[in-house]
Design a binder for this molecule. Structure first.
Ligand SMILES: Nc1nc2c(ncn2[C@@H]2O[C@H](COP(=O)(O)OP(=O)(O)O)[C@@H](O)[C@H]2O)c(=O)[nH]1
Ligand SMILES: [Mg+2]
Length: 562
């Protein structure tokens, strides 16, 4: 069997995180100490909810026998998945793909029966719905189902369309894709295909290519285009950010472990205690900012959905759609501006609180005692020969001073002018840069303009047909109402994602510098101690791995489309 090389970034991150957690868990178990067993338990308990939630849930729905199970087999590399199962016996199955949930459903969901509740709940909760059809494209039932999910249920913002079994029909790929796109577009009229990510693949070719080691089949399967779409979806919506909290939880356990394990020297352990407490303090501050930002995002999101419901339920019959559209845009813009203001206020409060707490922390007897103590030990050692140790002492003193906001500790505790010089340059205040995505760059403008186009075409259709005008109009209006509601849902989701992505950037700006300092101090400290201790060396590696994942997801969020 060939190895399955293709994977999406969310899976890579998830796997790396899990592996590092396992390594860490082994290390903690290895010590056989009560305190570390406690940490181990804490790590397991706190990460449990994140494992259960899973970072990403992808549900596969669509035509019977369109290759949903085959696509899941292609993604996961698992070949024990039921292919060709009978629609009447098939149940919804959940596969774990390194922490990503893949939901294999029996097929279409045109009638919403109670006994399929599990599947409906899964569809409602999924982050992404992959709607699969074959190169036979939409039949009337499938297209109704597609519209129902997208517009009636309002899932269009999380839907993706996959045309599978591309190799079933002969011909040039580009030509086929153009033809299929046109037919699909006509089938979902008056809705537009542009609103959905779409890709054209042959999952079976891909599986065979992998299993037989035939790169040619892998290539023609176009499966990579599906992977690319998945990555874009995950990154644009900031799903990788979901790893942020669990990684930080794990890191805090690493901090505590290091502190406990290196109790061999009073001074090192005192310094580690300072680091651990400070890092805990910063984490709490960060959590508070995140909660506040989330609350703003939720408020905004529900306000916009409500707005959509209001507009849709209003008397639409003789409405000037152009004006209605302008009003919608104005209102959403107003919300957007308001949110920017609220975010600014929350960030300012966070900065003040951060500075206040850090200053309070530096006033604690713990820090004071430490400084007195190391200064004393430094004096003692000046007459001795332990030069390397002395470097360490200097580094620790300097580090604490560099944390002191506006050089507070520089004034109070400087012992030599040489130390003053080292820290002077670092006390300049960083200005937070509110670099929000400009309104024009949001996809909302696109959604709104497609709304105007839709309503005009939907209305235009009334006079095209011969049915009773009254009846037709009633139907068109229902279409339009559903459409408006779903568009507002999409906008609310888009904005929520935007805020989520911005939140991470804000956190980086508010806490990034202090966190980097803490991380660097930890690294330096652990290098110094690890030289003589194998376990601490492993711990340092584990810390490094967690930090690397954290950096990776932050980069992904900074350049989501790269
Ligand atoms: N030619 C071709 N056949 C496929 C492809 N994907 C699935 N099949 C076949 O279509 C049938 C149904 O596939 P399955 O994955 O069970 O579809 P599901 O009912 O949507 O889960 C099986 O015989 C598969 O081997 C594909 O990309 N190309
Ligand atoms: Mg199946």
């Amino acid at each position: 069997m060939g190895s399955n090389k293709i994977t999406i970034k969310a899976v890579t991150v998830s796997k790396k995180f899990k592996d590092t957690c396992v390594k860490f868990d082994h290390l903690l178990a290895h010590y056989n100490s009560a305190k570390l067993t406690q940490i181990r338990q804490k790590l397991r308990n706190e990460l449990k909810i994140y494992q259960e939630q899973s970072v990403l849930t992808i549900a596969f729905i669509g035509q019977y026998s369109s290759g949903k199970s085959t696509i899941i087999s292609a993604l996961t590399g698992r070949r024990d998945i039921q292919i060709n199962s009978d629609i009447t016996t098939q149940k919804t199955t959940i596969y774990d793909w390194n922490g990503i949930k893949l939901i294999d459903t029996p097929g279409l969901f045109t009638e919403w029966h109670d006994h399929d509740e599990i599947t409906y709940a899964a569809i409602a909760k999924a982050d992404l719905l992959v709607f699969c059809v074959t190169s036979m494209l939409f039949d009337s039932v499938t297209v109704e189902n597609f519209k129902q999910l997208a517009y009636q249920k309002g899932y269009r913002w999380k839907m993706m369309l996959v045309v599978n079994k591309m190799s079933d029909e002969a011909g040039d790929d580009q030509q086929k894709i153009a033809n299929y796109s046109q037919s699909l577009g006509e089938a979902i009229y008056p809705y537009s295909l542009d609103e959905f990510p779409i890709c054209f693949i042959d999952a079976k070719d891909y599986c065979e290519g992998v299993d037989q080691g035939e790169d040619f089949f892998v290539e023609v399967s176009r499966f990579q285009s599906f992977i690319d779409r998945l990555n874009t979806f995950v990154e644009c919506r900031g799903y990788l950010a979901k790893f942020d909290t669990p990684i930080r939880i794990a890191l805090s356990c690493v901090d505590e472990t290091q502190w406990i394990v290196s109790r061999n020297s009073n001074q090192d352990s005192a310094f580690l205690e300072i680091l651990t407490r400070l890092s805990r303090l910063v984490r709490k501050e960060r959590d508070r900012l995140r909660t506040n930002v989330n609350m703003i995002a939720l408020r905004l999101s529900s306000a916009i959905v409500k707005e959509g419901t209001l507009i849709a339920s209003g008397a639409l019959t003789n409405v000037d759609f152009e004006r209605l559209n302008q009003q919608a845009e104005l209102k959403i813009r107003k919300y957007y501006d308001q949110v920017q203001q609220e975010l600014k206020a929350v960030v300012n409060a966070a900065i003040n609180s951060r500075d206040k707490r850090i200053n309070e922390f530096l006033d604690l007897p713990l820090v004071e005692t430490f400084l007195t103590c190391v200064t004393q030990s430094k004096k003692d050692k000046l007459t001795g020969v332990n030069v390397r140790k002395l470097d360490g002492v200097n580094a620790q003193i300097n580090w604490i001073k560099s944390i002191g906001d506006r050089g507070k500790y520089l004034v109070n505790n400087t012992t030599t002018s040489e130390e003053l010089k080292i820290t002077e340059g670092e006390t300049s205040e960083k200005v937070i840069n509110y670099d929000f995505k400009p309104w024009q760059d949001l996809d909302i403008a696109k959604i709104i303009s497609s709304m105007a186009k839709f309503m005009t075409t939907a209305l235009g259709r009334v006079s095209d047909r011969g049915e009773t005008l009254e009846m037709r109009r009633e139907l068109q209006m229902a279409d339009i109402r559903r459409y408006i509601t779903s568009q507002f849902q999409a906008i609310s989701q888009e904005l929520q994602n935007q805020i989520k992505i911005e939140c991470l950037e804000l956190e980086r700006q508010v806490y990034g510098e202090i966190e980097k300092k803490i991380m660097a101090a930890y690294t330096q400290e652990s290098h110094a101690i690890a030289a003589s201790n194998q376990s601490l060396k492993h711990l340092a590696e584990i810390r490094h791995d967690f930090e690397a994942i954290l950096n990776y997801i932050t980069q992904g969020i900074e350049n989501p489309r790269v």
